[in-house]
Write a protein that binds this ligand. Structure first.
Ligand SMILES: [Zn+2]
Length: 325
């Protein structure tokens, strides 16, 4: 019964909005919603895991929460159905909208890394830091609304969420991109909701590009990638953006790419180059970024975050810690 309903719904959803697909079924029990953050399509995904209850993974920023809520209604999700809203980390494009979202779902608890709890309860510092790092993009994402402390659960590595109907999610602490980063493993589809731990997947080009803003920790990020690989996943569910197959290959490729960026940055620093020159040298050395160069340069957010913030994060790491063994 549920299956027939789902496939009818799927056809309906794929036909809506003049052919633009905003809701995609990515597994029997998982839907992906394009939240159209900053009005950009194929950029920020929220995932809906449906068992006897519903868990929402990632919210996108405050300014696109109305898109997410509208699409959750289209999926037939009722206010009382949602048991958890789980965020990978508190950066605005992942968890910025969580305070606004939970107003629509009175039973939902927010699952977040323990280092994110105070920032979500009082987002003022997060907001100021986001404006400093992202400038105008932060304003477009919108200021986060506070999350009442009694609605938050500090996630522990290895903790399991029971979604009901035999569906579970396991919390995997994956630091490196940020000191408050989690991924979620879903055993039935052997899938991992990676947040920003496995880079940015540009599905249109089938390439990965790094997301390594300061204070990025390459050594810790590589450990996190090993931890994810040890789960032997089949599928990665990227927040940026979408479902990707060949999960093990992608994790391995991303680790290699991060090491290549560090090596390139080190050589450029030794040659006395500045940020612009280092960024160009990285584009020349990294085939994936080279392939995506046009896409990145015409993307309002990625052109700032990948070729500036990510390069800066790698440079800072190499300056402070050298190249990991
Ligand atoms: Zn992030």
């Amino acid at each position: 019964m549920l299956k027939a309903y789902d496939s009818a719904l799927e056809i309906l959803l794929n036909l809506k909005d003049g052919g633009k697909v905003s809701i995609t079924k990515v597994a029997d029990h998982i839907f992906m919603i394009d939240v159209e953050a900053a009005r950009i399509r194929n950029f920020v995904a929220s995932y809906i895991v449906r068992g006897e209850s519903v868990v929402i993974i990632e919210t996108g920023p405050t300014s696109s929460i109305h898109n997410l809520v509208g699409r959750l209604l289209k999926l037939g999700i009722k206010p009382d159905d949602v048991s958890y809203v789980a965020v990978s980390h508190i950066h605005l494009d992942h968890g910025g909208g969580v305070g606004s979202l939970i107003k629509h779902f009175p039973n939902a608890k927010v699952l977040v890394h323990q280092r994110g709890v105070l920032h979500l309860a009082n987002p003022e510092k997060l907001w100021q830091q986001s404006k400093m790092a992202l400038g105008a993009i932060a304003e477009i994402y919108g200021k986060p609304e506070p999350v009442p402390p009694e609605r938050m659960v500090a996630a522990q590595d290895g903790m399991t969420l029971n979604v009901g109907g035999g569906i579970t999610l396991k919390v995997i602490e994956t630091l490196g991109h940020a000191s408050h980063h989690l991924s979620y493993y879903e055993p039935l589809s052997k899938g991992i909701f990676t947040g920003d731990a496995a880079g940015i997947y540009i599905s249109e080009l089938d390439v990965i590009v790094p997301t390594t803003p300061p204070p990025f920790r390459l050594d810790i990020a590589l450990n996190s990638l090993n931890k994810l690989a040890s789960l032997k996943p089949m599928v990665l569910y990227y927040t940026h953006f979408g479902k990707a197959l060949n999960a093990a290959g992608k994790l391995e490729m991303y680790a290699k790419q991060l090491k290549l960026w560090a090596k390139t940055a080190k050589e450029a620093l030794n040659a006395g180059e500045d940020l612009g020159a280092i960024s160009r040298r990285i584009v020349e050395n990294d085939d994936a970024v080279k392939k995506a160069e046009g896409y990145i340069k015409t993307h309002m957010v990625l052109r700032e975050t990948v070729l500036r913030e990510s390069v800066l994060g790698i440079i800072e790491f190499v300056k402070n810690f050298g190249i990991p063994a």
